[in-house]
Design a protein around this ligand. Structure first.
Ligand code: 6PG
Length: 232
């Protein structure tokens, strides 16, 4: 099997990037709804997607036919400022997007290991493939919760693995986390990697050239093309 394409789209500034990516996602969601009557959008947390979420919330797609979920989550309730679900509710699920169905990953279990069986069922109930997955990236080369040195990293990256969600603890991850696995992430019509800044670009370029970072697993796989959206 040959490598799928990694397309890098560079933008002069972050707002232009957010605008273009939002338009791309909108088109993909419309395509999914036209083809199958519904669409699934899986997004990342962190701070990078905030401007994108604000733009997406205003897009005119039939959000009542869309399920929004997360690629990964810190194992904290939505009252925590660290909650990705809270960020999605506050920025994305507003205005037109208020009508979307939301599947958060944190389910109140005492830890992500305890919560993973129920979450596996909830994820399995979503239509496949997903329509859009948006990944972010950290300066340590993590994406989703695939952290360097993560205790279940190999399991999460196993392309032949059957798991769809995996608990993850790592020194630099803060609290315990839950993450969709790489095979679950790659089962999508469109996969975007969105990151900003020169420091992350350096890490990305190294990973693409074969450097040992978790993001390299996304860039070197042969299943799903990756559209990279970057600005300084
Ligand atoms: C999370 C994420 C994570 C994120 C990167 C980038 O929950 O932290 O989903 O993978 O995308 O850490 O985060 P920033 O956008 O905050 O740099």
């Amino acid at each position: 099997m040959s490598k799928p394409t990694v397309h890098v789209h560079d933008f002069a500034d972050r707002l232009t990037l957010a605008d273009k990516l939002s338009q791309k996602i909108e088109a993909q969601l419309k395509k999914g709804i036209a083809a199958r009557g519904h669409a699934v959008l899986a997004v990342s947390g962190g701070s990078t997607p905030k401007a994108l979420f604000a733009l997406l919330a205003r897009t005119r797609v039939d959000w009542s036919k869309i399920t929004v979920t997360l690629v990964d989550e810190r194992w904290v309730p939505e009252t925590s400022e660290r909650s990705n679900a809270a960020m999605v509710r506050n920025l994305l699920l507003k205005q037109n997007a208020e009508k979307a169905t939301f599947l958060p990953l944190y389910n109140g279990a005492k830890d992500p290991v305890a919560g993973s069986a129920e979450l596996t069922k909830a994820i399995a109930a979503l239509p496949t493939p997903f329509d859009v997955v948006v990944l972010g990236m950290g300066t340590d080369g993590h994406t989703a919760s695939f952290f360097p040195g993560g205790d279940h990293l190999a399991q999460a990256l196993d392309l032949k693995g059957k798991d769809t969600v995996v608990a993850m603890e790592a020194n630099d991850a803060g609290e315990p986390r839950i993450t969709l696995t790489l095979p679950r992430i790659l089962d999508t019509e469109a996969l975007f990697l969105h990151f900003e800044g020169e420091d992350k670009r350096k890490v990305f370029d190294e990973a693409r050239a074969g450097g040992d970072y978790p993001i390299a697993a996304v860039l070197s796989q042969s299943k799903t093309p990756v559209d990279v959206y970057w600005s300084p």
